[in-house]
Design a protein around this ligand. Structure first.
Ligand code: UDX
Length: 494
């Protein structure tokens, strides 16, 4: 079998609040049998969730190790709550995993393709090899009318191209239909987002395809989930447009942070004031080290690339600036740390708190945290990285960094402590106890996730981009210093 899937990077996490009894089940005579091609982060979550909702599901992957793990109830990546749901779905007898695509073609009425579309090496375009391969390999095996559904994020026009391709290959010819059903799940909330999405989007070419998708999502639609039924191109575009908007919102507030850095204004107060405007809203308006992960960065690049191919590059040229602002966060963070330690990082001990691209995930793809740690290391700093879940993946990417196995170990004798990923463990750590471990109480909060007041009261010199710097409270004579801080609270930046 030549069917290929992308190498799966490990990652994420989950928190479903749903129990099977609270979800309506699909009507048995209408319920299609489902396959999920590609059991990475998206596919495994989709397969488990659909089985949990009552469908017969077969998950397919070319990686026998991953299939064996899933069949024995082990999720090969970190996603809170998914292991419990996998166990339940396997116990129901409705979920199985296989490497056999012939079996999948025989089994499924609706096939969901969930393989990756990573960024091409040396280009901003998406690499569609895995998607093309999954569709064509399936099509060559299909002998009855079924629906092929893409869930992967793809450039506009892909579904139309794939339709022509599979119809050419399949003995069914024009009978074989392709639909597009983009996924919007966030790592860390993957099951919640799959079982209770904000909306469903069906990109279809016929009423039959719409009916098949309605049958495949019956329990979710029965909850009153908004549904947009549209054409293939619009369905593809919804995903690119949504991720571009989210990335733009983050880069917008980070651009404002640069203005704050030059003017002495406070970006956290600015974000709060902007977010209280209902039309703007506070979500995705958190200033800091910027976005990373396996989706937003590569999706905005691939969208821009596709628009250029279509001759409408000017329409989304701003995404290049969104990307540049985002990358600049990493450089400006390193510059701030260098400045804080006196201009030279050589031999400076850095406690780097976090490696994952965001909390509740072990995903280090395009992780701003790891990039900063690596840049500090390359400038001669001695960097000790601690992440509650992502250390193994981080080590695989950057084996030359030092990895601590606890927060205390990372903090030991640090000259500067840098919060890079806002895990709860870091947000709730006691600054007094932390202060007892380090050599110098200097903290750089790149995610605006710590309380400057608490840290200053514990004698730390607190720094964050886009916020005015206030001199630390002297460590000696701490109780008097705390009082002094309270007296002068009007001078503090928040
Ligand atoms: C994203 C989209 O949210 C999801 O709909 C899509 O299907 C896949 O891509 P995810 O990659 O899991 O999901 O991450 P998300 O929660 O969106 O966060 C993306 C990045 O933005 C993270 O690095 C996060 O730290 C950063 N971020 C988020 C900010 O810097 N500021 C914010 O206000 C919000």
């Amino acid at each position: 079998m030549t069917f290929t899937l992308p190498p799966t990077s490990s990652n994420p996490s989950f928190n479903p609040s749903t129990s099977p009894s609270s979800d309506p089940s699909p009507t048995p005579e209408r319920a299609p049998r489902l396959t999920v091609i590609g059991t990475g982060y998206l596919g495994a979550t989709h397969a488990v969730s659909m089985a949990f909702l009552g469908y017969e599901v077969l998950g397919v992957d070319i990686d026998p190790r991953k299939i064996a793990l899933l069949n024995e109830g082990t999720v090969p990546f970190f996603e809170p709550g998914l292991p419990e749901k996998l166990e339940e779905a396997l116990a129901s007898g409705r979920l199985r995993f296989t490497t056999d695509l012939d079996e999948a073609a025989e089994f499924g009425d609706v096939h969901f393709v969930c393989v990756g579309t990573p960024q091409k090496l040396g280009s901003e375009a998406a690499d569609l090899r895995f998607v093309d391969s999954a569709f064509t390999e399936l099509a060559s095996r299909i002998t009855r009318k079924v629906l092929l559904v893409g869930k992967s994020t793809v450039p506009i026009g892909t579904a139309e191209r794939l339709t022509a391709l599979v119809q050419q290959i399949s003995p069914l010819g024009a009978e074989l239909e392709v639909a597009w059903n983009p996924e919007f799940l966030r790592e860390g909330f993957a099951v919640q987002d799959t079982l209770h999405p904000d909306r469903l989007v069906f990109g279809v070419s016929s009423p039959w395809a719409e009916d098949r998708l309605r049958a495949a999502f019956e329990p979710i639609l029965a909850e009153g989930t908004p549904l947009i039924v549209t054409d293939l191109a619009t369905a593809e575009l919804v995903k690119s447009a949504a991720n571009s908007f989210l990335a733009t919102k983050i880069s917008y507030i980070n651009a404002m942070s640069e203005v704050c850095e030059a003017t002495g204004a406070d970006v956290t107060q600015l974000a709060e004031a902007l977010g209280l405007d209902d039309r703007i809203g506070s979500k995705f308006l958190k200033p800091g080290l910027g976005f990373g992960g396996g989706c937003l960065p590569k999706d905005i690049r691939s969208f821009k690339h596709r628009a250029e191919e279509l001759g409408i590059g000017a329409a989304v040229a701003f995404l290049g600036e969104v990307d540049a602002i985002n990358i600049r966060r990493r450089l400006r963070t390193v510059a701030l740390i260098r400045q804080v330690v006196g201009g030279d990082l050589t031999g400076v001990r850095v406690a780097a708190l976090g490696a994952a691209f965001k909390p509740d995930s072990d995903d280090v793809r395009d992780a701003p945290a790891l990039d900063v740690a690596r840049m500090l290391y390359l400038e001669g700093a001695v960097v000790s990285v601690y992440d509650p879940e992502a250390a193994v993946n981080a080590h695989r990417v950057y084996p030359d960094l030092e990895y601590a196995s606890t927060l205390d170990q990372a903090l030991a004798d640090a000259d500067v402590t840098v919060l890079l990923t806002e895990w709860e463990e870091f947000r709730t750590a006691d600054p007094v106890e932390m202060g007892a471990r380090v050599r110098s109480r200097t903290v750089v909060d790149t995610r605006n996730a710590l309380s400057p007041d608490r840290f200053r009261a514990a004698g730390w010199d607190y720094w964050a981009l886009g916020r005015p710097h206030t001199a630390p409270v002297p460590v000696s004579n701490r109780s008097e210093s705390v009082l002094a801080t309270l007296d002068k609270s009007a001078d503090l930046p928040c």
